[in-house]
Ligand binder design. Structure first.
Ligand code: UDP
Length: 421
């Protein structure tokens, strides 16, 4: 089977944790790696963003990343990318033609890629599998008061994909319900495939490894650590954790506690400097450390060094960080939104908090910070719980779904559903 994956707006080879690179990048690279190991030949098409990054990057046997030139390498914001969809589709078609490559199937990730996939599906007459990862209507329904809404134009493009893709893949049953509720999707074309985590890399460390990680982070051994890992933007809720930490210090100004925020700027409206200023305005600037995004091999030390990982997102299609932290033996305090109730077993491997009130968050964090026995037991349960999420299993389910899609009758002259309502 030869598969053309499309990840237009962000390369799977980019460091996740800032800008537009996050869970989707990890998802695309991890599933593609495991599909390639199963014998599927995968080419991932992405937009070239650097001169000299090469047109074809061989990642693994059977797995390549193809950098398509569409617009200038730098300076095209995500908001401006719709202007480059035709250039990208043209580049992808030309590349396949010039290299004499044929594909059995297209799998697009996110709506920008989906729009390209939709066009190429009709030209190549192969099935289009689409994963939205996030949806404008769902984001708007859950956004915080400080966040600006997703555009109606994006929602229309997503509606077109829901109406025209052959199969829609979602992470959870909640997302399936969202697709049906907000986009009137046909249930028979939706498949639920949970994402995984690299449970070989993300494991609990030895006491000595944790000590070393804490020394490297400059955190004294007998200080409790709450970590936030991910893109610094309002939707991910770093401000919720900072305000909750301020509340914890208000309750007990002398407690030995540090907050570590690992991630880079993302989205239009937030910069790490703003979060620094927030910490400063709340009088806890010396208790909060900001770290640049780091590769998974280094991230594991942070998960291990933390006593709690907080995931205060306003919505989360799944929440890979929550699973990775648990796999590393660290309990998670997460918002009760999106896929997080599936990722975290409430009361067993962490705590789910309803809403984003810093007082409620401070209560939940204190419940674990103040009870070593409970926190350690939850960490052990978390590690066992996280083992059930594996990329291998996700890839196996995707491969079965692709077989199913290949057997579908892709119409010779498809009726394009152009509605966007
Ligand atoms: N990540 C990383 N380095 C960092 C911060 C994050 O590699 O410094 C990765 C993290 O391991 C996770 C992904 O970025 O796999 C974030 O995924 P998640 O589903 O938690 O959030 P999203 O980015 O999809 O909103």
């Amino acid at each position: 089977m030869r598969l053309a994956m499309i990840s237009l707006h962000t390369s799977p080879l980019q460091q996740p944790g800032s800008g537009d690179a996050g869970g989707m990048n990890v998802y695309v690279l991890s599933t593609a790696t495991h599909l390639a190991r199963r014998g599927v030949e995968v080419d991932i098409f992405t937009r070239a963003t650097r001169k000299g990054q090469g047109e074809i990057v061989e990642v693994d046997p059977g797995l390549r990343v193809i950098n398509i030139v569409a617009g200038p390498y730098e300076g095209v914001s995500k908001e401006a990318l719709p202007t480059q969809l035709a250039a990208f589709a043209g580049g992808m078609l030309q590349w396949a033609h010039c290299h004499n490559e044929r594909y059995d199937l297209i799998h697009s990730h996110y709506w920008l890629s989906g729009q390209v996939g939709w066009l190429i599906r009709d030209l190549w007459r192969v099935p289009l599998v689409h994963t939205a990862h996030t949806l404008a209507a769902v984001k708007n329904a859950h956004r915080s008061a400080e966040d600006s809404p997703e555009s109606e134009a994006r929602r229309i493009c997503e509606q077109q994909l829901v109406d025209n893709a052959d199969v829609l893949v979602v992470n959870t049953e909640q997302e399936e319900a969202d697709l049906i509720h907000h986009y009137d999707a046909e249930e028979s074309r939706i498949r639920v495939i949970p994402p995984g985590a690299d449970t070989e890399l993300f494991t609990p460390g030895s006491d000595r490894a944790t000590e070393r990680a804490r020394r490297e982070l400059g955190i004294p051994l007998h200080t409790k650590v709450i970590a936030f890992v991910g893109r610094l933007q309002t939707f991910k809720g770093p401000q919720v954790l900072i305000k909750a930490a301020a509340e914890l210090f208000r309750r007990d100004p002398h407690q030995a506690l540090r907050i570590v925020m690992c991630g880079g700027p993302s989205g239009q409206h937030a910069t790490p400097e703003e979060y620094r200023q927030l910490a400063s305005s709340l009088g806890i600037e010396r208790k909060v450390r900001f770290l640049d995004p780091r590769p998974p091999a280094e991230l594991v030390a942070l998960y291990q060094a933390a006593d709690i990982v907080a995931v205060p997102s306003y919505n989360e299609s799944f929440g890979l960080v929550a699973v990775e932290a648990q796999a590393s033996g660290t309990p998670v305090v997460a918002a009760r939104v999106g896929g997080l109730p599936l990722a975290v077993a409430d009361g067993e491997t962490g705590i789910l908090v309803a809403g984003h009130d810093p007082h409620d968050w401070a209560d939940a964090l204190a419940e674990l910070l103040d009870n070593d026995e409970k926190r350690i037991a939850m960490g052990e349960a978390a590690q066992r719980w996280a083992r059930k999420f594996s990329w291998q299993a996700s890839a196996e389910k995707l491969a079965a779904l692709y077989d199913e899609a290949l057997a579908m009758d892709v119409e010779d002259c498809p009726q394009r559903h152009a509605r966007g309502d």
